[in-house]
Structure formats: structure tokens, C-alpha cells
Design a protein around this ligand. Structure first.
Ligand code: FAD
Length: 461
């Protein structure tokens, strides 16, 4: 009898186990399926926290609705009737001490017409005139390997990039625009420049591509994203799920592998899905070549802070769903989602619930990372007061520190993953990598990746 061990019960490990379990049942196989999870709960970066008024998420809060596989895993788990969608609305940038709307038709903050540029309240008249050079400056030297920041600044001017584009784009791609290439962010902007002679004109001509998908861009579930994890767990009735079971050592024996748990119990397995963060996976190996590749993969940190108030949500600016901060902002947060506005299910009473994000890219993070919850709450309340003018006492809070937990896909990332896979295949055949450290961070990507890795193992069974 063969044993398949999935290490890590986050969404990737659960998806891998779901496919293996489905195959086992369909084929009446005697394969032993074991899932080892270090924590007392499954879910990893997906964990819903509820109190008497609010539904909050420690990690991920939504799923991109338009991803090709999203509806199929929701159907597989019979969750169709639990789905809820985001309310759409205006996003703001907090700059110069006030909230200013991002022009509704801008794409990543980039104007999609001269009118869109003209109407922006984020950029001065001089900044707008400077941006018009996009229409008469030719691209003579930039390639897709150049920095997206330098490229955009060259044609659209420093002010528009700093005040309107960089806050959006560096949030989406988790990095400074000077460190990100055109190729790894918006490769088509260079094509637009070539084809239409202007970035703005290129976006204008391709507007529908960016506005497709209607209002329902993101989804969650009535009781939060944790529902997804519960649904997977319920379906895995023929799987040995070992919680509070951290794998601490891998040893290769003649025909299989032996794994030691931190309670010193052991298990033998023939095939393994290693769906834990790369920093944890690295600790299981002593092979220097493998460790060297794991060390190439990088992460950043984030603190998520929810604050709930006994104040009606209608106190917020009409139609708004949140703001991001410009680099020069006097706030310590990078962004603030008006959660009760964006997600109705999070506050049935319509009480105000906001979520602030503190990223390691912000200068304030160095002090925040060592603060206790009460100190972090005070920083958050200060940011809320400055940005929204709300000084009420909080009635709920949920603070989660995600230290070195957010994978950063550097330009070298695909190459590193390929090297790592080939070194593992030589020295540790049958141990397969999976998850957000390697193959995409979005939940649908993790689910797709988990299923694909399971398919590979099924071929050996
Ligand atoms: P993880 O969730 O990290 O799971 C790994 C599991 O392995 C954990 O449960 C851990 O306890 C366990 N483990 C670790 N070491 C061991 C060991 N030695 N032995 C046994 N078990 C071990 N994605 C979206 O699509 N939408 C969002 O809105 C979104 N927002 C996010 C917000 C935050 C704050 C964060 C942190 C992430 C967000 N993401 C979002 C990304 C997404 O949540 C993750 O990429 C995804 O959940 C990762 O799943 P995973 O299974 O690959 O890894």
C-alpha cells in the first residue's frame, strides 16, 4: 500500500488532497492519504474571525471572480448558495492631508483619456501639462526589461506617476516601481506606446479590456472565506488529517521517505506534496544545493489591523470603498479598506468596520513590527482619525502580523523555481513543491496548483 503525505493544510494542500481523495474514491484505491498541519486549524493564510458584530479575516479576504477555475471549485464544494460579491465604489488616495478620488476610468492610476487626466484632483496643472508629453515623445530606448517607474515617468512625468500611478501600481505589485520591470508588471504599456504613439491613447483604445467583468469582481462567502476551508475539510472524510503536527525532518530510506514530526512520531511516505511556505520547507533539508535555491526566494511582511466601531457605516464618504496612501503621506498605513462598505456580510448591523494594512515597504513598519497589539491599535486609531475624522472608541479589533510571509516574485523567481524543482527531482524524487511561495499567490492559483501537483502524483499510483 502506498502512502501520500501532504505537508501543510493551507488552501494549496487542501486542494491537492481533495484531488487525491476524489481519485482514491473513484478508483477504490487502498492508497493511504495523510495531511499534516502544524497549527491547530487548517487554512493557513485563510482564517475567518467572528465576534458578535463583525466578520473579519486574518489573511485573505476575497477571491478574484473572473479567474477561469473559480466557479468550478465553488461548485465542487457545493458553495454556490454561500457566495457573496463585493460592493463596487470609488477608491481614494490619501495625500496632502485629504482623501482624493482616483479617477474612475483610470487603469492602475494611469489616465485612459485626456479628459480623465484633466479631471484628476490628484495632480497639479503643471503635472497635467507635463503628462501631455506622452503624446509627442517617442520611445527611442526603453525595452520591457527597463523599470516600469522610469518608463512611465519618462512619458507621463514625475508628478502623475508619484501622486496617482505609483500608489496604485506599487500596491498591486508589492514593490517600488524603480525595482519592477515593464515585463513583470504591465508589458502591454510598451506595446501601446509603439502602436498608438501614446500610453494614454493605448489605454483609451483598449478600455473595454480593463472594464470587462462588470461589478462583481471579487467574491467571498456569507460567513467569510473560512467557509472554503471548512468545505474542503468536510469533503476529506477518507483522509487522516493530523493537526498540531509539524513536520521537522525528512530522511530518505531505500524505497520511501521517513518524516519526523515535532512530537518525535514518524511516518513513512512514498509521495509527498510540500505545500508549506518555502522558508519552512528549507528547514527540512540538509542538502546544500537545495537550501541554496530556497534561499533565493524572497518575502516581505504585512500587519493587518481591523477596527470596528459602534458608529453607522454611513459616516464614510458616499460610494467609497477605501483608500491607499501616497508615498509622501503622513499616515503609517499603506491602505485602508472600508470593509463594512465593501462587504455587506461583514457587518449585518451596518456598523463601521475598517481594515488597515501596514507593509514592510513603509518607513513606519520598522517600529510597528515590534509593537504589541495595544500599541498597534493606537497607531491605527491615529490613522483613522487623520484620514476619516473618526475618533470613536473601538468595539472590536483583530490584528495579525504576517512576518516574512508575503512571497515577492522577483525577476529571477521563475528561474529559481525551475532550478529548485530539478534539484529536488534528482535528490528527492517523489517530493513535489506546491503553493504560494512558488506558483502564484492568489487563491485560485493555489487551488489550481494543488490540483496539478496531485495529478502528477496520481500518475505514479
Ligand atoms: P499557506 O496558507 O501559508 O499554508 C501553509 C500551511 O502549512 C499553513 O497552514 C502552515 O501552518 C503549515 N505549515 C508550515 N510549516 C509546516 C510544517 N513544517 N509542517 C506542517 N505544516 C506546516 N489571496 C487572494 O486570492 N485574495 C486575497 O484577498 C488575499 N489577501 C491576502 C491577505 C493577506 C494578509 C495574506 C497573508 C495573503 C493574502 N492572499 C490573498 C494570498 C493567499 O491567502 C495565499 O497565497 C494562500 O492562502 C496561500 O496558501 P498556501 O496553502 O499556499 O500556503
Amino acid at each position: 500500500m502506498k502512502t501520500v503525505l501532504v505537508i501543510g493544510g493551507g488552501i494549496t494542500g487542501l486542494s491537492a488532497m481533495f484531488e487525491l481523495h476524489k481519485w482514491k474514491k473513484a478508483n477504490h484505491s487502498d492508497v493511504r492519504l495523510v495531511l499534516a498541519e502544524a497549527s491547530s486549524e487548517l487554512g493557513g493564510k485563510i482564517r475567518t474571525v467572528k465576534d458578535s458584530v463583525f466578520v473579519m479575516e486574518a489573511g485573505a479576504d476575497s477571491i478574484v471572480a473572473r479567474k477561469a477555475n473559480t466557479m468550478s471549485f465553488i461548485e465542487d464544494l457545493n458553495l454556490e448558495s454561500d457566495v457573496v460579491y463585493n460592493a463596487s465604489g470609488r477608491s481614494f488616495i490619501y495625500t496632502d492631508g485629504e482623501l482624493k478620488p482616483i479617477p474612475a476610468d483610470a487603469v492602475f492610476g494611469i489616465p485612459t483619456s485626456v479628459e480623465s487626466l484633466a479631471k484628476s484632483t490628484l495632480v497639479s496643472a503643471e503635472g497635467k501639462v507635463e503628462a501631455l508629453k506622452d503624446f509627442y515623445t517617442k520611445n527611442e530606448s526603453f525595452t520591457k526589461n527597463d523599470s516600469i517607474g522610469e518608463f512611465l515617468e519618462h512619458f507621463l512625468g514625475k508628478e502623475l506617476v508619484e501622486k496617482q500611478i505609483a500608489p496604485v501600481l506599487s500596491g498591486v505589485y508589492s514593490g517600488k516601481l524603480s525595482d519592477l520591470t515593464v515585463a513583470s508588471t504591465l508589458p502591454y504599456v510598451l506595446d501601446y506606446k509603439e502602436e498608438y504613439g501614446s500610453i494614454i491613447r493605448g489605454f483609451e483604445a483598449n478600455k473595454e479590456k480593463f472594464q470587462g467583468g462588470g461589478e462583481k469582481k471579487f467574491l467571498s462567502f456569507k460567513n467569510g472565506l473560512g467557509k472554503l476551508i471548512d468545505a474542503y475539510e468536510e469533503k476529506l472524510e477518507d483522509v487522516e488529517i493530523l493537526k498540531n503536527t509539524k513536520v521537522s525532518k525528512i530522511e530518505r530510506s531505500d524505497k520511501c521517505y521517513q518524516f519526523t514530526f515535532s512530537n518525535m512520531e514518524t511516518i513513512e511516505a512514498d509521495y509527498v506534496v510540500l505545500s508549506i511556505p518555502h522558508s519552512e520547507a528549507k528547514k527540512l533539508f540538509t542538502n546544500h544545493e537545495v537550501i541554496k535555491e530556497f534561499s533565493q526566494l524572497k518575502t516581505s511582511s504585512l500587519i493587518s489591523v481591523y477596527v470596528g466601531f459602534d458608529v453607522p457605516d454611513s459616516i464614510l464618504p458616499t460610494d467609497g470603498t477605501g483608500f491607499i496612501t501616497a508615498g509622501t503621506s503622513e499616515l503609517s498605513c499603506n491602505a485602508c479598506t472600508w470593509t463594512s462598505r465593501k462587504w455587506e456580510h461583514t457587518s449585518e448591523t451596518r456598523n463601521l468596520l475598517v481594515r488597515l494594512f501596514y507593509k514592510s515597504s513603509h518607513p513606519a513598519y520598522a517600529a510597528l513590527k515590534d509593537m504589541n497589539e495595544e500599541e498597534i491599535l493606537q497607531v491605527a486609531l491615529g490613522d483613522i482619525k487623520k484620514s476619516l475624522g473618526i475618533a470613536a472608541d473601538p468595539i472590536a479589533m483583530e490584528i495579525t502580523k504576517w512576518s516574512e510571509s508575503m512571497p515577492n516574485y522577483l525577476i529571477s523567481h521563475p528561474q529559481t523555481v525551475t532550478e529548485l524543482e530539478s534539484k529536488l527531482a534528482v535528490s528527492f524524487p517523489g517530493i513535489l513543491l506546491a503553493g504560494c511561495s512558488y506558483y502564484g499567490v492568489g487563491i485560485p492559483d493555489c487551488i489550481e496548483n494543488g490540483a496539478a501537483v496531485a495529478e502528477k502524483i496520481i500518475k505514479y499510483l
